[in-house]
Design a protein around this ligand. Structure first.
Ligand SMILES: CC(=O)N[C@H]1[C@@H](OP(=O)(O)OP(=O)(O)OC[C@H]2O[C@@H](n3ccc(=O)[nH]c3=O)[C@H](O)[C@@H]2O)O[C@H](CO)[C@@H](O)[C@@H]1O
Ligand SMILES: C=C(OP(=O)(O)O)C(=O)O
Length: 435
């Protein structure tokens, strides 16, 4: 099969405008939620990304119709033709596990293949499975996936061991049409969770958010189809703001509401970035250079783990020693050797630096980093291991002296909206090559 590569030449400061669309994860999850409706649902402002095609394939496989037109994704629920998400979808993304609840509601049985997603940690699905069992489903593990059966899901009380985004969504998607009331304690509260809950509410679900990470859902018999327009992706927005800062340029990002970026903006401001913020766009620049910082990733409203990789490259261009403590995924610093090969001065540690002890304290997981800046990076031949690490490789290549060759482009294409177009519009000398 042909390999896609990106060749990036030093290009100077990146400047200009970028418009972000809905997040890859958000669009997929709204598509799964739409399976619960009696009629068609339309999700607007969807990005052109590989992830949507993967999820559409899964929905079509079980009998739904998916239409895509100019940023709108319409899901027309139909009778479940096959309650088994095909094994052909093994490992492609993390969406199959979220389909268990909707398939149980619609067909009383389901099989989903082993989920994939980025190799950034162990990423078990035990919270999802335990939650579905609490709703009364019979769930069994097979070597190639998970089987579930339930004549009716019944509302329940669930306390998540950690505020997992995916497990909170599994519970929501099961609870909205379960019999009776469900209470989720220690739920995730990421903006994407709220966005999904609002969509479900439009479909007729009864969901309340209570203090202290508690969500209460009163199950209803039926849901209708609904329309929504996704808010711009906060991960992509942050990544392009950093693209401007790291190259000493200035990028203006349209489409992502400020309230999704509060912690990110404050973190960058502490490092010396200056912001101009309007209702329509956010722009960052650092005319006087950047200071180092100590940052710990966390669940919302903390500093998102998906913002970590661009920040790491920014640390290489900040004047002094920065510290990063990754607390969400034990293996999310696996891309650091790629940056080191381009000259980044980064040391990784298994201890918890720059914040209180996390779940990976006393393990061998290399989840803290100390970064020395300012470092002159050099161009490299780098394989991008996952989507966010991929973006960091592009940023490193953009500030490096000499050309870089980046492999594993499909990772970026899974979740960034038209990245070649966007980067070129900012002035990056990027050539896509197919070998
Ligand atoms: C498709 C999608 O939406 N991906 C996002 C989602 O991933 P995802 O939903 O997979 O992430 P979670 O919030 O569930 O994971 C958080 C932590 O909980 C652990 N865990 C989770 C579930 C479980 O059953 N058992 C368990 O131990 C995970 O290993 C991880 O250490 O939220 C993450 C955290 O914001 C983001 O980085 C991902 O981009
Ligand atoms: C980790 C990510 O995605 P996924 O959960 O789909 O692997 C991500 O979007 O950064």
């Amino acid at each position: 099969m042909a390999e896609k590569l990106w060749r990036i030449e030093p290009s100077g400061p990146l400047r200009g405008d970028v418009t972000v669309r809905g997040a890859k994860n958000a669009v997929s999850k709204h598509m799964v939620a739409a399976m619960l409706g009696d009629g068609p649902s339309t999700i607007g402002n969807a990005p052109d990304v590989g992830e949507v095609g993967i999820t559409a394939g899964m929905l079509e496989h079980v009998g739904m119709t998916v239409e895509r037109y100019d940023g709108d994704v319409t899901v027309v629920p139909g009778p479940v033709a096959d309650p088994s998400v095909g094994k052909a979808f093994t490992g492609l993304n993390r969406i199959p596990i979220l389909m268990l609840g909707p398939l149980l509601h619609r067909a009383g049985e389901a099989f989903v293949p082993l989920v994939g997603g980025d190799p950034i940690g162990r990423r078990p699905v035990d919270f999802h499975v335990d939650a579905l069992r609490a709703f009364g489903a019979e769930v069994t593990h097979a070597p190639d996936g998970i089987h579930a059966q339930a004549s009716r899901l019944v509302g329940t009380r669930i306390e998540l061991p950690y505020p997992s985004v995916g497990a909170t969504e599994t519970v929501l998607l099961a609870a909205v049409r379960a019999q009776g009331k469900t209470v989720i304690r220690n739920a995730a509260t990421e903006p994407e969770i709220i966005e999904l809950a609002l969509f479900l509410q439009r479909m007729g679900a009864r969901i309340s958010f209570a203090p202290d990470r508690r969500i209460v859902v009163e199950g209803v018999e039926r849901l209708t189809g609904a329309r929504t327009r996704l808010a711009g992706d906060r991960i992509e927005a942050f990544s392009y703001l950093v693209a401007g800062l790291v190259t000493r340029g200035e990028v203006r990002v349209h489409g992502c509401p400020q309230d999704r970026l509060v912690t990110a903006i404050t973190t960058l401001t502490r490092m010396g970035a200056e912001f101009e913020i309007t209702d329509d766009w956010i722009m960052a620049s650092a005319p006087d250079g950047l200071n180092p910082a100590a940052v710990q990733t966390d669940t919302h409203p903390g500093f998102a783990t998906d913002w970590q990789t661009p920040l790491m490259v920014l640390f290489t261009q900040a004047d002094g020693m920065s510290v990063l403590h990754e607390t969400v995924y034990e293996n999310r610093l696996a891309y650091v050797p790629a940056l080191q090969s381009m000259g980044a001065e980064i040391e990784v540690y298994d201890t918890c630096l720059g914040g209180p002890a996390c779940r990976y304290h006393d393990t061998a997981a290399l989840h803290s980093a100390v970064v020395r800046g300012v470092t002159k990076l050099r161009g490299g031949d780098v394989t991008m291991p996952d989507i966010r690490a991929g973006f960091s490789a592009v940023l490193a290549a953009a500030v490096a002296e000499g050309p870089s060759l980046l492999r594993g482009v499909h990772h970026i294409e899974r979740g960034y909206h038209r990245p070649v177009e966007q980067f070129r519009a900012l002035g990056l000398a990027l050539r896509a090559i197919s070998t």
